[in-house]
Design a protein around this ligand. Structure first.
Ligand code: DQA
Length: 173
């Protein structure tokens, strides 16, 4: 199969995009740090991008650690990839770390803000050692960029083909 740019890709993958505590308040919560886009604005932008990339999206938010862990476990069974903004659980949750370790598909940790340029406690992530990549500091755009990166991680999962190049797992059309 080929995408709209004429490049071959694997179709039909679902990417879970999970958001942690207080991200339901985006747009109103400390906008000087997190921006003015609401989580539903971000979801709309991500869904538009997902259509172009031929990805399906599960976009969710919870303020509860156990719910997020249940969703990571669900993603481990059903998803082609996971993009996770764990919010404050980034800096505290060994349980989320363990859940991520049990998921073989590509995983990206995402933050709107540059956590390294803020308070010292935000420089510690229990999530980073359990994921393939980390994106931070790009605001709401980070979600769309993470999805672009996820498309490549999924396509290149087995043979690490150069960016935009076909790989062995792709089907001929
Ligand atoms: C955040 C950064 C975290 O440190 C913070 O607790 C959040 C949001 C971000 O997207 O920048 O709630 O994950």
């Amino acid at each position: 199969m080929r995408n709209k740019a004429g490049l071959k890709f694997m179709a039909g993958e679902t990417v879970y995009i999970l958001n942690g505590p207080n991200l339901n308040l985006l747009g109103a919560r400390e906008p000087e740090i997190y921006g003015y886009a609401s989580l539903s604005d971000i979801e709309k932008a991500v869904r538009m991008r997902a259509d172009l990339l031929d990805l399906k999206i599960e976009f969710r938010q919870s303020n509860h650690e156990g719910v997020l862990i249940d969703w990571v476990q669900e993603a481990a069974k059903k998803a082609g990839g996971l993009i996770l903004n764990p919010a404050a659980y980034t800096h505290t949750s060994i349980a989320l770390h363990d859940a991520l370790k049990a998921m073989p598909a590509p995983k990206i940790e995402l933050h709107l803000s540059n956590v390294h340029a803020r308070e010292l406690f935000r420089r510690i992530s229990f999530i980073s050692p359990a994921v393939d990549a980390v994106i931070c500091g790009l605001g709401a755009d980070g979600y769309v960029l993470a999805l672009d990166a996820m498309r490549r991680l999924i396509d290149n999962r087995t043979d690490h083909a150069p960016i935009g190049m076909p790989n062995d797992r792709e089907q001929e059309d």
